[in-house]
Design a protein. Structure first.
Length: 198
């Protein structure tokens, strides 16, 4: 997307298809606040947005490229496991963009795969019954982008409520100013942040 006007049109198109602001934020790799800001046409005023759009389509169009990224993720997981002396049973992918990376990573590490789908309007999300169960498992969570950390926080809480434990979160890009959420370490391949004032 080259301009705010294009982002606005895309957000509006997704909204007209019945998507929530949260779902649109996931699709466009923006924070929920930025989507609300866009849809409110506040960008037409002189205010400045406080967000960074993350796009990784160049990687996502080919499985081989995603597999290469999964190799980096697997290496990070093994590094953290050795350095911090923890083991893990399963790799959890957050719907939708974390799932392919988690699938490839679970294959590389020979670990179970868990699929989690946050609910756009309810507190509690869903674990797919077609994949591994959460109860009693030590889990590494994988997602593409974390903006506010809210999805990771909800995932950790839902894993705990189902009797599992998250031992690490790995994301492609983090917009957070912290490396931890709810006592769980977050590792990212890239960190995106605004520098200076708007």
């Amino acid at each position: 997307m080259k301009s705010l006007e294009e982002l606005y049109k895309r957000a509006l198109e997704l909204k007209s298809k019945g998507m929530s602001d949260k779902e649109i934020s996931t699709e466009l790799h923006l924070s929920v606040n930025t989507v609300t800001w866009l849809l409110g046409k506040e960008f037409l005023q002189e205010s400045k947005v406080q967000d960074v759009k993350i796009g990784w389509r160049s990687i996502g169009v080919f499985g081989k490229r995603m597999e290469s990224i999964a190799e980096v993720i697997a290496d990070i997981i093994e590094e953290e496991s050795a350095k911090n002396d923890f083991d893990y049973d399963s790799v959890l992918g957050i719907s939708i963009n974390g799932i392919p990376y988690a699938t490839l990573t679970s294959t590389l590490l020979d670990k179970e795969l868990i699929v989690y789908r946050p609910h756009p309007s309810r507190e509690e999300g869903f674990f797919s019954s077609n994949f591994a169960r959460v109860k009693g498992k030590k889990i590494v969570v994988i997602d593409d982008v974390t903006s506010t950390g809210e999805t990771l926080k909800r995932t950790i809480m839902d894993v705990q409520s189902q009797g599992g434990k998250v031992v690490l979160c790995v994301v492609l890009t983090s917009k957070l100013s912290t490396d931890e959420i709810m006592g769980v370490k977050i590792r990212s391949l890239f960190r995106a942040m605004l520098v200076g004032s708007p």
